[in-house]
Design a protein. Structure first.
Length: 141
């Protein structure tokens, strides 16, 4: 009976949103329409499984987020979290999945008006998965 109650509580309790959990909860990232990041994310991650490729597809959810909600550029033309509307000052926005995590890059205008190639932004620093949904997190406003 005790195990049944603990199991029920585990299902009811939400998974906390923690910046940096993307590599443990999401896979198959794709950048669509310039700033819409798509992925398959685990709805209820298990502590024992730390690789989203080990989960059955039935436990995954296709999700997306518009990066204009939480990514912008700084005075030097580098991509940053905590700002918004990256597409207003940047173009050639691209994405690569690396060993360090999902990286976003772009060509942006600095405050002097010059175009610069941004330093790649590690998306796992400011994005997370909550209940299988991509969300902005860990952002200092």
């Amino acid at each position: 009976m005790k195990k049944l109650m603990i199991g029920c509580l585990a299902v009811l309790l939400p998974m906390p949103s923690v910046a940096g959990n993307l590599q443990w909860t999401c896979t198959a990232f794709d950048l669509e329409e310039g700033t819409r990041l798509e992925a398959f994310c685990v709805e209820r991650p298990r502590a024992s499984l730390r690789n989203p490729r080990w989960y059955p597809i039935g436990m995954m959810r296709r999700t997306s987020i518009d990066l204009d909600q939480c990514v912008g550029e700084d005075a030097n033309g580098n991509l940053v979290f905590g700002d918004q509307n990256v597409s207003s000052q940047c173009h050639s926005i691209g994405f690569n999945q690396t060993k360090q995590g999902p990286m976003l890059y772009a060509t942006c205008r600095d405050d002097a008006g010059f175009e610069v190639d941004s330093i790649p932004l590690d998306l796992s620093v400011g994005l997370s998965s909550e209940g299988g949904q991509l969300v902005c997190s860990g952002i200092d406003d």
